[in-house]
Design a protein around this ligand. Structure first.
Ligand SMILES: [Zn+2]
Length: 353
């Protein structure tokens, strides 16, 4: 098995940087690791206009360490009121966003401005299809009659199948896939892609709930039964080019994360590359002759040109099988965040070349 190798520097296809003090604290961690990120628009005041996207990108770029090359790809937050013209304005020259994100109203962090009746957005989807603008989806429709563990599975029939049929050329990215059902659906659908987080490949719901509740593992979509984790590992390590790394790294101030009503989200940017490498190793990929290529495609290439129309960087990063210690805590001026796997030692370390 290969225990030391280089790949093209990776790209995080799903990332939350938040705003103000949290933005200042966490942005350098992303910029020092991945060559870019698809930046989620769900701020308290969501990114709904080209002007807001431009100003948010400027704030991010000011926080990128001077020596780093880093390219944040901005996204637009879909609301009930957004118009096809507004979508087009941000997507065409000068381009401010590369995709639009669909949150169904009221399920996850800052989704209160999200979409309450997605069928009313058909003119927007039509415009996106014409423009070649990707639709990114948090595929859970909140519903008091349905169990939280079933929301993603239900969304395949109640949303994905319908929109796929009605807009056959629309590029769809199913974000943070957590179930076998959605993974299989993405694999078998055209113009359809998916991202998978490291935690959904490493942990299951028993890890979250057994032997004491683990707030660090609480995220949305929630961790699922182990057979889903096993299926997703097989799907992404098969070499299918429809899937890419997307951490859904989502920091919360520690006082809000560890409270009687704790926030959903894992701040996983520090351990993410190591955990992805661990998964590919455990699945035997690094024993295969094409194994490093398959890993590199998942980390750095898949989706980048087909979905995001980006050139692949020539910068590289090195993975080595040697202990990598995750810090216990990261303190900013006014915020404290705890990384996923805090204080633990992982098997794979990574450095930029
Ligand atoms: Zn997210």
């Amino acid at each position: 098995m290969k225990t030391e190798f280089d790949i093209i520097r990776w790209f995080d296809r799903h990332h939350h940087l938040r705003h103000r003090a949290m933005l200042e604290l966490v942005t350098p961690f992303l910029a020092k690791s991945s060559v870019g990120g698809v930046i989620m628009p769900n701020l308290g005041k969501p990114i709904t206009t080209a002007a807001l996207a431009k100003s948010y990108k400027q704030k991010i770029m000011k926080l990128v360490p001077k020596e780093m090359s880093f390219d944040p790809l901005m996204t637009c937050y879909l609301t009930d009121d957004i118009t096809p013209d507004e979508i087009e304005e941000g997507f065409t020259f000068p381009q401010q966003w590369v995709a639009a994100k669909l949150y169904f109203k009221g399920h996850t962090t800052n989704s209160h401005n999200g979409v309450s009746d997605w069928e009313k957005l058909y003119p927007v989807f039509e415009k996106m299809q014409d423009l070649g603008m990707p639709l990114l989806v948090h595929g859970e429709i909140p519903d008091e009659h349905h169990d939280i563990f079933d929301l993603e599975k239900i969304c395949v029939d109640n949303f994905y199948e319908i929109i796929r049929k009605d807009f056959p050329d629309l590029i769809i990215v199913a974000e943070h896939i957590t179930t076998r059902e959605l993974g299989m659906w993405v694999r078998e659908s055209v113009n359809t892609f998916g991202t998978v987080t490291p935690q959904h490949l490493v942990f299951n719901r028993t890890d979250l709930l057994s032997g004491g509740l683990k707030p660090d593992l609480y995220c949305l979509p929630i961790l699922k039964r182990d057979h889903h984790r096993i299926s997703l590992r097989k799907i992404i390590t098969s070499g299918n080019s429809s899937f890419g790394a997307g951490t859904d790294s989502a920091p919360h101030e520690s006082s809000q994360k560890y409270s009687s009503c704790g926030c959903a989200g894992c701040w996983n940017i520090i351990p993410a590359p190591s955990l992805y490498a661990q998964v590919f190793e455990e699945e035997g990929v690094f024993d295969r002759s094409d194994g490093i290529k398959v890993f590199e495609n998942f980390m750095s290439k898949n989706l980048m040109s087909e979905v995001y129309k980006q050139k692949i960087t020539s910068e590289t990063m090195r993975f080595e099988k040697k202990p990598f210690q995750i810090p216990k805590i990261i303190k900013g001026v006014s915020k404290i965040v705890v990384p996923l796997m805090a204080g633990e030692t992982l098997d794979w370390s990574y450095t930029l070349r």
